[in-house]
Design a protein around this ligand. Structure first.
Ligand SMILES: Nc1ncnc2c1ncn2[C@@H]1O[C@H](COP(=O)(O)OP(=O)(O)OP(=O)(O)O)[C@@H](O)[C@H]1O
Ligand SMILES: [Mg+2]
Length: 276
């Protein structure tokens, strides 16, 4: 399979951080086309800052970044804003933890799902609407036509996260960055969203960088996992090998940090679709 994303020796420092303290401190990893890679680690380990660097969302005035991030061979870390916007609208999309903060509360759902098409394509209004309805159906939202006319506050958290996923896949990206997309949801809804991401990956071959502090959630979705600690990747392996024989104490601690309630919902084998 061809390499899609390559992150090499990524370093990110916030100007106001203590001297010598890097939020991301020499991170390297890669993702193949259609692959799902998990990125796990405790709070503050640098997962979100890594995702921001990959998606071009780092506040450039507050940070200093070095290394390289290439998507389908194109350098993203030091490209112009215009080049970045072109990639953001077509090849790369993001979904975050809190759908409510990403959606505009006073705009209807339909136009918000279409947003990236409006900004990045020359599709007609009719074509955009058609694509939005298709994306909503793919995200398994019931009655997309009616939903388009609703406002965010009329939907549950799980539905809103599906709307965010629809808005992300509407541009048919090659890479989806999902930063704790299920953390704010209860366990049942969480499992549904994970199953949806897995289905989308299978059907559209979209690669996913899936970020979570919870190794057990990651295990349900990803074959390969990178473990982050204090701005570095300390261990990368298949989810199965990490659970069977973690090399790092830190990984062992992440495995031990499971609420037993969630443990019952785990599939027997990592990556088993049937149990989702
Ligand atoms: N806007 C900012 N200004 C200064 N430092 C920041 C800023 N955002 C993040 N950091 C620092 O960067 C480091 C990594 O933070 P990051 O948000 O990437 O962690 P995380 O792994 O995503 O954690 P969590 O699981 O809590 O989301 C932390 O030490 C944090 O304090
Ligand atoms: Mg984070």
């Amino acid at each position: 399979m061809a390499e899609l994303l390559s992150v090499r020796d990524l370093r990110v420092r916030f100007h106001r951080a203590a001297p010598g303290r890097c939020a991301v401190d020499g991170v390297s990893f890669s993702l193949e086309e259609g692959e799902i890679l998990g990125l796990v680690g405790e709070s503050g380990s640098g997962k979100t800052v890594t995702a921001m660097a990959v998606s071009g969302l780092l506040p450039r005035r507050q940070t200093e970044a070095s290394g390289s991030v290439t998507l389908a061979g194109r350098e993203l870390l030091h490209c112009t804003e215009a080049q970045l916007r072109a990639v953001q609208g077509s090849e790369l999309a993001v979904v975050f933890q809190e759908p409510m903060t990403s959606l505009d509360p006073v705009r209807r759902i339909g136009p918000q799902v279409e947003e990236s098409l409006r900004a990045h394509t020359r599709l007609s209004a009719g074509e955009r609407r058609q694509r939005a309805l298709e994306a909503m159906a793919q995200a398994e939202l019931p009655d997309p036509e009616a939903l388009c006319r609703k406002y965010p506050h009329e939907l549950s958290g799980g539905m809103l996260q599906r709307v965010m996923i629809a808005a992300a896949i509407v541009s048919r990206p090659k890479l989806l960055l999902a930063d704790e997309p299920t953390t704010a949801l209860d366990v049942t809804i969480q499992a549904q969203i994970l199953a949806l991401l897995k289905k989308l990956n299978r059907e559209t071959h979209m690669a996913i960088l899936f970020i979570s502090h919870d190794l057990h959630v990651v295990r349900k979705l990803c074959r390969r996992v990178a473990v982050m600690r204090r701005g570095r990747i300390v261990e990368t392996d298949t989810a199965e090998a990490l659970f069977r024989a973690p090399r790092e104490d830190y990984t062992r601690q992440l495995i031990a940090a499971i609420p037993t309630r969630d443990r019952r919902l785990l599939p027997e084998e990592p990556g088993e679709e049937a149990s989702l």
